[in-house]
Design a protein around this ligand. Structure first.
Ligand SMILES: Nc1ncnc2c1ncn2[C@@H]1O[C@H](COP(=O)(O)OP(=O)(O)OP(=O)(O)O)[C@@H](O)[C@H]1O
Length: 918
């Protein structure tokens, strides 16, 4: 049995005499059942006392396979020979992090701060891994090399590498893999234990039946002898570890290393990595007892004592002792992250002089004034910068924990619960798994029900055979989401379920952005952002836009900014139009511009506005699926001839990319004069920095009265850099005050409540627009809907997050507009909860969605469903900024559907009601 719960007390480690001799033990007090039960004592014996040294009250502890050990009338347990002790099992540590922690905990920390930079060993390593996967799938070696080198074209080009040179090097690495693979195949067909070095390995020629491609499809945890699987995602709920194994061979982990190792034994950290996967496999009932490391620079297949052991594959057996060590190491990481302690390096016995990271390590500890085994160099940063760094670091780690909580739901919730929570589409019926080139697979399934979820086309999601935690799951991008579901993955899976995948990538990229800003940022930039100096502007006023004074001011402000400028754009005020004008003005002055935004949609819109203004010399950086189809011609294709690809990017005067891709290793190497960031009010401060770091000056465009940054944790990440700066430096901003979207009647409430009454229609035509402009005779509408703003009380009842009576009424309202002659495509419905979106969606064909999906778009007619009835004990739209977005999407008619009594119970909604009923 297992014991799990929060720790109440952690005893000292002490020695006792037993009949086996002197042994260490530590007694811990735990409240089982997640803290619900009375405390019990758990005695940790032997090496598990190491974990006791890292444990502290408040942490969650799991001890598996305990034995009962009551003491007097006190309930007690003790570790057995089979036990594992896991600290904070809900904190998911990545296998690669366990590996770097084993090398040196400080290396783990530095990797987290600075991410993986663009360098040749990393890119080459990726190519070799891809080729390895291809070989396992039976792809011809030369074909694979050519393909994979081309795939890395842009990165190789940016690193100044020639295609042939790289191909040769990859070929040399692949030779070892190939030889070893064919040897494995021979051994397997011989029914011998295979894999070990042998003289009969010379036959390295490609062979069609290698790779087990046909059998890749339905491996179900019971691997048969000859099977190979490449890249396998594993998550362990018990041990709190996740990772992606390079390959599984007959259920045993194989890790590929693009290096040389002439010792007989694998490197310790490599062994640990493979052992992690063995542990994860064991949890799934696979008897993984052997790990294999494949060193691709070990070219000879024989063992010569003089030159060291040159066989590429080194096997080792994975015993309980090694697995225990893996778990203990993982516990050290979980404990350090619990306290958010910064490692010093003294935890490890690594020798700093031999470490590649020594210089970086010393610089970081010097600047942040951290204790470090390697020592410090340089002067510490000013106190406020170190405080900023620490506070943001913590906020990001809190966000990571929230992401892990999201992961946890993958196994804590049943499939049905997840579906009800909109986090998964379940019960899909698999139709096909087809290879589509580039080693990718297209999975197709039928969605039998009309279930909805948070998932959207273009999202990355976890495709699985029905059980994402213990079954087979692969990450993939959703291509189609209708009655048929199409997902593209790197590996084939029987598509029975699709889950929301909480990626940690954004947390990692935000860490890097903060690191680059604080540790590598220009002092001048930091002076203004830390409030030590006001932002400067040069003089000169030109007319860029002659029919809108605020927009013209904004362009001038942006062009003259020596540090930064802020453009505050309420709904429909021509933000995108102004952005395009700013970009052109900057390019005319000889500047190189980064055009960025939080979403792909906004980036594409800005690009479109540039095209409309006659400027087409902008390069769109993004994935094929992320970029809108009509912008594909502007997209940078990363595959191809390295020099050519790099030249394309390096020479572009304008590069357009999301802020998230600004954190990618290729974009981090780019330099710009100005970064212009749209939707800046929806970005966290580190998220904005990812773009801003790449340029000398920046312009942020946003509206802090609309949607705030989307983050899970309740902390400082919720305030955008845009909002902070507009409050600290209002003079650096210009508010666009003329809107081109809504009629006077519709915009009045938003203008008054959110913009001090300063927002006004740009022209009389905008102010006076009505449904009659669409050829609708308003006399054909029911009297209640004839005004441009109307209110309907359906007298429904909220059940959970839905209100079916209200949904019915919303559908009737939509019908009435359609009957009067409004095109259904011109109507949109907004509801606060996805349950209500689904409820309404079942009753109408017009677009129905949540506010978040409507930001940045508009419709002639908008119907808003408020759901709430009775009182307003739980917030309807979370905060009023969301209501602002909902109410400002309509151009000519807006109908609010809700419970008048409930709305009237809160002043803000009461004022809204008064306006709507006027
Ligand atoms: N100075 C201008 N003169 C004429 N039309 C303009 C001007 N500025 C903006 N517009 C028009 O107003 C409309 C809204 O502009 P735009 O799409 O740039 O708004 P936005 O502020 O980006 O909207 P959102 O609030 O959705 O982000 C567009 O049709 C645009 O062409």
């Amino acid at each position: 049995m297992n014991v799990r719960g929060p720790l109440v007390d952690v005893g000292e480690v002490r020695q006792v005499s037993t009949r086996y001799g002197e042994r260490d033990l530590a007694e811990l007090s735990v409240r089982p059942d997640g803290g619900a039960a009375d405390p019990v004592t758990v005695t940790l014996w032997g090496k598990w006392t190491h974990t006791a040294e890292h444990a502290e009250p408040g942490m969650d502890l799991l001890v598996t396979d305990v034995e009962r050990d009551d003491y007097g009338d006190r309930e007690g347990y003790t570790t057995s020979g089979d036990s594992y002790v896991v600290l904070e099992p809900d904190f998911l540590v990545d296998v690669t992090d366990v590996r770097s922690w084993v090398q040196c905990p400080r290396m783990y920390y530095l990797n987290k701060l600075s991410g993986i930079p663009l360098n040749y060993p990393v890119v080459k390593g990726t190519v070799v891994h891809e080729v390895f996967g291809d070989l396992l799938r039976g792809v011809d070696l030369e074909e694979s090399i050519e393909d994979r080198v081309a795939e890395a074209g842009l990165e190789l080009g940016l690193l100044g590498r020639e295609r042939e040179e790289v191909a040769d090097e990859v070929r040399r690495n692949a030779a070892a893999i190939e030889g070893w693979l064919s040897q494995g195949r021979l051994a397997a067909s011989d029914d011998s234990d295979g894999g070990d070095g042998g003289d009969d390995a010379a036959d390295g020629a490609g062979d069609a039946d290698r790779g087990g491609n046909a059998s890749l499809s339905d491996w179900d945890g019971g691997p048969d002898e000859s099977e190979w699987r490449s890249e396998y995602t594993l998550i362990s709920p018990t041990f709190g570890i996740k990772g992606r194994a390079d390959a599984l061979r007959r259920g045993q982990p194989v890790e590929l290393k693009t290096g040389k190792n002439t010792n007989r034994e694998p490197r310790f950290q490599d062994k640990i990595q493979a052992a992690c996967y063995a542990l994860l496999l064991r949890e799934r009932g696979v008897d993984a007892d052997t790990g294999t490391l494949l060193y691709t620079k070990n070219t000879a297949l024989d063992r010569g004592e003089a030159s060291g052991d040159l066989s590429p594959a080194k096997e080792f057996s994975v015993g309980k002792g090694l697995l225990d060590f893996v778990v203990r190491t993982r516990n050290e990481i979980a404990a350090a992250e619990f306290d958010m302690t910064v490692p010093t390096g003294y935890e490890a016995d690594a020798t700093c002089e031999y470490c590649f990271e020594q210089d970086t390590c010393m610089v970081v500890s010097g600047r942040l004034d951290q204790e470090s085994k390697a020592g410090q160099i340089g002067q510490a940063l000013p106190g406020e910068e170190r405080e900023y760094f620490d506070a943001t670091y913590r906020a990001l780690e809190e966000e990571r924990r929230e992401t892990h909580a999201e992961y946890r739901k993958l196994w804590e919730q049943t499939a049905e619960e997840r579906a009800a929570d909109d986090r998964a589409l379940i019960d899909l019926s698999p139709i096909a798994q087809e290879p589509i080139g580039d080693g990718r697979w297209r999975l197709t399934a039928r969605k039998e029900s009309d279930a909805v979820s948070k998932l959207r086309e273009g999202d990355v999601a976890l495709a699985s055979d029905g059980d994402p935690a213990s079954g087979h799951a692969e990450l993939g991008r959703i291509r189609t989401l209708g009655d048929e579901v199409v997902v593209e993955t790197d590996e084939p899976v029987e598509l029975r379920r699709l889950d929301v995948y909480p990626s940690e990538l954004s947390v990692s990229r935000m860490h890097t952005a903060v690191h680059d800003f604080v540790l590598k940022g220009a002092p001048d930039r930091k002076d203004v952002l830390f409030g030590r100096r006001d932002p400067a502007f040069s003089d000169g006023q030109r007319t860029y836009i002659d029919n809108n004074a605020a927009q013209n001011d904004a362009v001038n402000r942006a062009v003259n900014a020596e540090d930064f400028a802020l453009v505050h754009g309420p709904p429909g005020t021509g933000k995108t139009y102004t952005i395009a004008r700013i970009v052109r003005a900057l390019v005319e002055r000889g500047n190189r511009v980064l055009l960025s935004a939080f979403t792909n949609r906004a980036v594409d819109n800005a690009l479109e506005a540039l095209h409309e203004q006659g400027f087409t010399d902008a390069l769109r950086v993004g994935t094929e699926t992320g970029v809108r189809s009509d912008m594909q011609d502007s997209r940078l294709v990363t595959r191809g001839e390295p020099n050519d690809r790099a030249a394309k990017l390096n020479s572009a005067p304008v590069v357009a990319a999301t802020t998230s891709s600004c954190g990618s290793r290729t974009m981090r190497e780019q330099e710009f004069d100005v970064a212009l960031v749209d939707e800046a009010s929806q970005l966290t401060e580190p998220g904005t920095l990812a773009a801003v770091n790449l340029a000398d000056r920046f312009v942020l465009v946003g509206d802090h009265e609309q949607l705030p940054p989307v983050v899970r944790a309740e902390n400082r990440l919720r305030e955008s850099l845009f909002q902070r700066l507009i409050e600290e430096q209002p003079d650096a901003g210009v508010m666009l005050d003329r809107q081109y979207r809504m009629s006077q009647r519709i915009q009045a409430f938003s203008s008054r409540e959110f913009y001090d009454g300063k927002l006004r229609p740009a022209t009389p035509a905008v102010a006076g627009q009505t449904l009659a402009d669409l050829g609708v005779d308003t006399g054909d509408l029911p009297p209640a809907l004839r005004d441009a703003v109307s209110f309907v009380d359906p007298d429904g009842a909220r059940e959970g997050n839905a209100n079916s009576v209200e949904a019915e009424r919303v559908a009737e309202v939509v019908e009435a507009y359609v009957a009067a002659g409004v095109d259904p495509d011109d109507i949109g419905v907004i509801a606060p909860f996805r349950a209500q979106v689904a409820e309404i969606g079942r009753r109408t064909d017009v677009t129905v969605d949540t506010v978040d999906r409507f930001q940045g778009s508009s419709k002639e007619v908008i119907v808003v469903s408020f759901v709430a009835t009775g009182d307003l004990s739980s917030p309807i739209f979370e905060d009023t900024r969301r209501v602002n977005v909902a109410l400002t999407r309509a151009k000519k008619a807006l109908c609010l559907v809700g419970d008048a009594d409930a709305l009237a119970s809160e002043p803000f909604y009461e004022r809204m009601l008064d306006w709507a009923r006027r």
